[in-house]
Design a protein around this ligand. Structure first.
Ligand code: PLP
Length: 399
């Protein structure tokens, strides 16, 4: 079966919710993907920050294989040893005391929204998030998402979500009212175009939340799990949240999400408050435990930071060489964005297509930035190769 045959079959039966590229990926190994026509690609998207250890990482595969033969699923009506062990690892290595497991980023944010409202108590239901944010596709997380294009056609959205202008603490402070219970933000906006929030802003936000009795929720679905060179991105920003959400890289491709919280906040959830049938089942937790063992191995995250600097420096050289096309480079660790100049932005999708044809996978985030999300196990040689391919398409666009 060829790429084009898969395109035709998919178009006939799938809901057309994605603008898909015409390639069918059939195998993955490390930072490489192979399509149905036998072509090889260097994968700098990693399933959008999911396959942080690369495709089919042997330790994750071995853990899944072992667990799938032992026990795949059991209800949360029972004790689930791999789930408990995973929560122990996450709490031992983060600000959090307690964890709730679910299946995706949107679900983790839903859980955070529900917990913030429950912890806030009677009449405290408003959550302030930021313009340009992305928090998921369920109705509540769409409402929290600060991009009107995701709202269109789905109104009326759940009430109680306000959007403060990105990076403007004073404006956010003015939006706090008697019903506000929490502020929700990504330390670095991924879908919004690889936009980091300044550490000073986040520290100011923490102070503001403390002064006004609000919970601070960090959505680390995209930037957590080692992506930025620390297990959670906020660790290097000098701010501790009350709640944080994870998904994507947590299972390296197995569907698992998590809500982390301090003891005090988590106490608002009692038996019956919230649940997920598949949440934290033995199989996905076995995968996530294997992922964490790799990420927390001595030196692993240091290397992510070093490789992130190497990639950012290479991209900065391209930005300097092509000022008409590139406005700036921004990011943290191994999430980097090559922000196109306003004049070049309409070329973003075409550049992604040209890179695909040359064998490099990445995407165009927030209609502003070519987003680089290589597996964290990427080698320097693979970064060099990606930079070479990007240089080639920029040279072509500049001609
Ligand atoms: N939050 C952030 C920051 C994300 O980047 C995403 C997905 O891109 C989500 C939430 C939603 O995650 P999921 O697609 O697993 O529901």
């Amino acid at each position: 079966m060829s790429n084009s045959e898969w395109v035709a079959r998919g178009e006939a039966v799938l809901m057309q919710t994605y603008g898909r590229l015409p390639v069918a990926m059939v195998r993955g190994e490390g930072c490489r993907l192979f399509d149905a026509d036998g072509r090889e690609y260097l994968d700098f998207l990693a399933g959008i920050a999911v396959c942080n250890l690369g495709h089919c990482h042997p330790a994750v595969t071995a853990a899944v294989r072992e667990q799938v033969q032992r026990l795949v699923h059991v209800s949360n009506l029972y004790q689930i040893p791999p789930q408990i062990e995973l929560a122990e690892i996450l709490t031992a290595n983060s600000f959090a005391d307690r964890v709730f497991f679910c299946n995706s980023g949107a679900e983790a944010n839903e859980a955070a929204i529900k917990l913030a409202r429950k912890a806030g108590g009677e009449g405290k239901y408003e959550i302030i998030s930021l313009t340009g944010s992305f928090h998921g596709r369920t109705l509540a997380t769409v409402a929290a998402t600060g991009q009107p294009k995701f709202h269109q056609g789905f109104e009326p959205l759940p009430a109680g979500f306000l959007h403060a202008p990105f990076g403007d603490l004073e404006a956010l402070a003015k939006m706090i009212g008697p019903a506000t219970c929490a502020v929700l933000c990504e330390p670095l906006q991924g879908e919004g175009g690889v936009r980091p929030l300044a550490p000073a802003y986040l520290q100011g936000l923490r102070r503001l939340c403390d002064e006004r009795g609000l919970l601070l929720i960090f959505d680390e679905v995209q930037v957590g799990m080692g992506r930025t060179g620390t297990l959670l991105a906020h660790e290097q920003l000098g701010v501790r949240p009350d709640l944080a959400t994870l998904a994507k890289g947590l299972g390296n491709g197995l569907p698992i999400g998590a809500l982390l919280a301090t003891e005090q906040v988590a106490a608002a959830f009692t038996p019956g408050s919230h649940a997920a049938t598949f949440g934290g089942n033995p199989l996905v937790c076995a995968a996530a435990k294997a992922v964490l063992a790799e990420l927390l191995a001595p030196g692993f995250l240091d290397e992510v930071r070093a490789k992130g600097q190497y990639l950012a420096a290479g991209l900065a050289r391209l930005a300097q060489k092509y000022p008409a096309l590139v406005q700036e480079v921004r990011g943290m660790g191994l999430i980097q964005g090559l922000v196109l100049s306003e004049a070049a932005r309409e070329q973003g999708p075409a550049l992604v297509q040209q890179l695909l044809e040359r064998g490099l996978l990445l995407n165009f985030a927030g209609n502003t930035a070519l987003r680089f999300l290589p597996p964290l196990v990427v080698s320097q040689a693979e970064i060099d190769r990606a930079l070479e391919l990007v240089a080639a398409v920029l040279a072509q666009a500049n001609a």
